[in-house]
Design a protein around this ligand. Structure first.
Ligand code: FES
Length: 166
């Protein structure tokens, strides 16, 4: 497992496997900047989320200004800038999903889990965010739970999911 920075341990560093993957990614792209998004995905897998220290580390690895890494992380909602819950719920609220009930789904999540958008339940089990189009508008509304898409979502289906995950 990769090292996350703590007060006593300053270095953020990819694991040995992560280092190898980084080198393989860098070899695949014409320049280091082009590999940024893939390296951020790697970092998220390694560290679980992307802290400022991780962003600095990536900037060093890719020889990019810190601000460029920060901009990319802030722009894409798939990157976590704080530790997510064990189950990270991303609800699309763009047009097709909005027209087909995304709002009710968000409301249900807030009521059932007792958290607002951007929050994590006190037990660290669930986190919830609204995101822009997940690219599956034909099966709206869509909720992504960790890596999996759950399409044609309804409040009833969501309720069943939450029960199985609890
Ligand atoms: S609008 Fe929700 S997936 Fe495209």
């Amino acid at each position: 497992m990769a090292k996350q920075a703590t007060e006593t341990e300053k270095a953020v560093e990819f694991s040995e496997a992560g280092q190898k993957e980084l080198q393989a990614l860098l070899a695949r792209y014409p320049d280091k900047r082009a590999a940024l998004l893939m390296v951020l995905h790697l970092a998220q897998r390694e560290f679980g989320w992307i802290s400022q220290d991780v962003m600095k580390y990536i900037a060093e690895q890719l020889e990019l200004p810190y601000g460029d890494v920060y901009d990319a992380v802030s722009f894409y909602t798939m990157f976590h800038t704080r530790p997510p819950g064990k189950y990270h719920l991303q609800v699309c609220h763009t047009l097709s999903c909005a027209l087909r009930g995304a709002h009710q789904i968000c409301q249900h999540i807030e009521e059932k889990l007792g958290i607002k958008e951007g929050e994590v339940t006190p037990d660290g089990k669930f986190s919830f965010v609204k995101v822009e189009c997940l690219g599956s508008c034909g099966t709206a509304p869509v909720v992504q739970i960790n890596e999996d898409y759950h399409e044609n979502m309804t409040v009833e289906k969501l309720e069943q999911f939450l029960k199985t995950l609890k």
